[in-house]
Write a protein that binds this ligand. Sequence first.
Ligand code: S3P
Length: 168
Amino acid sequence: MIIFLIGFMGSGKSTVGKKLAKKMSLGYVDIDQEVEKLEGLSIAKLFEIKGESYFRTAEHNLLKLQCNKSDIIVACGGGTPCFYNNMDLMNEAGITVYIQMNVDALFSRLVNAKNDRPLLKNLDQQALKAYIKQKLSERESTYLQSKCIVNGLDIKIENLAKSIQALV
Ligand code: S3P
């Protein structure tokens, strides 16, 4: 079984992923961390030095590698489902779970956690809110293609594990 956690930056994919992996006795892989390991650079540096499209290709290649594994939870980056055919790849390979959160909740999480995120770090508060609103509206139709949708503000790991098991 492969479970892909999907959602906007700040929605809690990594935190939920680690807890869920423990609960379900599955491995845990974070796509951003895999890219960082492979490239030997932080995501911020990678964007700065090689640019976003280089990052998106590396992200796609590492996602494809995960699709050949089993018994893992994969925490995606916020943009992962929205590039190449990544969303289809994930829906074919396993169970996609969208951690859904509204603009205000994302804003309050991201306002103090934007500096290591290259797409956000130069935005002031007003611009950050507008960016989240705009990007979420562009991306959400892709996120909503997930097989399971969970409210990011009210996640009970045990219940989520059960909902996922029911889809296997
Ligand atoms: C991105 C989200 C980031 C990271 C990169 C781009 C995005 O991951 O992949 O900065 O396009 O939304 P997180 O969602 O883990 O912050």
